[in-house]
Design a protein around this ligand. Sequence first.
Ligand SMILES: *Cc1c(COP(=O)(O)O)cnc(C)c1O
Length: 432
Amino acid sequence: MNISESKRLFAKAQDFIPGGVNSPVRAFRAVGGDPIFIKKASGAFIYDENDNAYIEMINSWGPMILGHNHPIIRESVIQAMESGTSFGAPTAREIEIAELIISVVPSVEKVRMVNSGTEATMSAIRVARGYTGKDKIIKMIGHYHGHGDSFLIAAGSGAMTMGQPDSPGVTAGTAKDTLLAPYNDLEAIEELVRLNKGEIAALILEPVPGNMGLAIPMPGYLEGLREICNREGIVLIFDEVMTGFRLAPGGAQELYGVTPDMTTLGKIIGGGMPVGAYGGRKEIMDFVSPSGPVYQAGTLSGNPIAMAAGLAMLKYLQSHPETYGQLLNIGRKVSEGIKKINLELGYDYTVNQVGSMYSLFFTDQPVTDFESAKQADTGLFGKYFQAMLQRGVYLAPSQFESLFLSTALTDELIDKILEAHRESMIEIHKNQ
Ligand SMILES: *Cc1c(COP(=O)(O)O)cnc(C)c1O
């Protein structure tokens, strides 16, 4: 496959942009080789600068749940553009999207729009701290909540494979207020709560973590967290930036039937535009300025073009509930196909899947938390990634990411993915 244009652009980009990219994982450091530069995307495919086509398994890290450049989103954006790109003043669309999110996401009674998932989580913990009058938060090891200082402590995905779990520039003062626990371990939470009695404002987690590769909550785990937070007066925050509107319309909280106090959203709710949101119980959200004392603002928040994209996406999902059955089917076909081929070839690697998200871990041990995820053979994953890319399948460039499938994957394309998987597995194990 000729990727000469990508190579040329990447070399040039490094003169002007740190590492040549505007977000670290894109640089392919965890898998080796040069990143491909994208010219365009449509449906199930993205195209690089040499016009090679790749089947999409990341979909912009989640937002393109209907596939790329979907006409309903494109048309909604074009229509909104006719009336101007930003006003910095309230608009009717903002009420519409807020109402829609509230009607679908169980925990959200009021919601504030922001411009990214990072902004959503940063704001949510500020509000939880303002509301409780407490400073400390609990986060899970390996979970990623964007690049806010309080979260860049044992964060997953990019931070993890870059070998900088604790970023320089995060002050010791900030770090001391972030308490860490392993995922799927209620006893560890009880212990932290005992040791920090009455000092914890919030517990934040990805209910179904996708940023250390995909892991699944053990039966009773989310319920257990809900009970502890109720008992201790801790604000329970589900970071559903990935899982919101993906695992179910109401996200993981709907799928598992556990309602947090606050929820953060992003990715899908922007339909591919920069959008995030945080919401929760009225009583808590009324602490946000100007109805309450906790300050949070944004020049472009609720931007009309971004809202038009998000609204088109969310309205489509609301009026096509069958989408979720379709996504589950696609997720199962891909992940079960992979498992079956692996077993035929004699490899018992772990595959975790929930709905349209899955991860193939190069370990035969179950992956339930960060420690077990780290047992995977990242060198072998790098080879697998390159082998799949050569065969025109675009995976997330790290072992510690989930894949995000879209409704654009037809049975025929799934067969192509599985064929590429079989060939890649044979190739990467040849000289072992
Ligand atoms: C992507 C992600 C974020 C950060 O969102 P950005 O828009 O990249 O700032 C936060 N939390 C989770 C769970 C995410 O997957």
